[in-house]
Ligand binder design. Structure first.
Ligand code: DGI
Ligand code: FE
Ligand code: FE
Length: 194
């Protein structure tokens, strides 16, 4: 299946706003790939499909994960929207015929992040946060500028923002998100020492 065919399929599967966000993430991921010497086609594909499982009811997400033996953490059980990342990777493989494991991994970890994330994983995570249609975060200007020069520091900045948002009582922190934050804190500290 080529990218334009996928786009048509997603246009039906997503609501208008999610589709607009998807296009924003796709092109932002491509730009970040250019800036950081990463495969642009992989970035486009990851951006295009990252939220492909977003627009289904939460109970259906849980049901589908159980049916397909996709692991559900305690935090995911209580906040099933988090599962759209793992389920998205599953659908990217099954419904959109993606075989590139790096693309599938980037989709699977795009919401919580993961320790040891690769370049494509970071690009998708960051593109999701900074794409032009996003307007809510207070530090977006700084994050957008930093994204084109330093992926690790950008990850840390976004994770700090996400954790403080969740700590305000906006949601339960998944273990993965906390581990990812610790990982990037280490990465950035080590980078400063050398
Ligand atoms: O699907 P999108 O809205 O485009 O973006 P996303 O998949 O990155 O999801 C963003 C939301 O996920 C944002 O509101 C913060 C939330 N989030 C990230 N990590 C965690 C989390 N929510 C909870 N409850 N726990 C987490 O660890
Ligand atoms: Fe998402
Ligand atoms: Fe998204």
């Amino acid at each position: 299946m080529d990218r334009h065919e996928m786009e048509k399929k997603l246009h039906k599967a997503l609501d208008k706003e999610r589709f607009r966000h998807t296009m924003g993430v796709m092109y932002t991921a491509a730009s970040l790939a250019m800036a950081h010497g990463c495969d642009m086609d992989a970035a486009l594909l990851a951006g295009l499909l990252h939220d492909c499982a977003k627009c289904i009811p939460n109970d259906k997400k849980l049901e589908l994960c159980k049916k397909h033996h996709i692991e559900i953490t305690d935090a995911e059980e209580r906040s099933p929207f988090l599962l759209h990342a793992k389920l998205g990777a599953f659908w990217a493989r099954k419904k959109y015929e993606v075989t590139d494991e790096q693309v599938l991994h980037a989709i699977a970890v795009h919401t919580t992040g993961a320790p040891g994330m690769g370049v494509l994983d970071k690009i998708l995570y960051i593109a999701d946060y900074i794409e032009p249609n996003r307007k809510k975060a207070p530090d977006l200007g700084t994050v957008r500028q930093m994204a084109f020069t330093d992926l690790d520091r950008t990850m840390l900045l976004i994770l700090e923002g996400t954790l403080s948002y969740l700590e305000e009582g906006k949601g339960e922190i998944d273990l993965r998100t906390a581990e990812t934050y610790e990982y990037f804190k280490q990465q950035v500290m080590q980078g400063k020492e050398t």
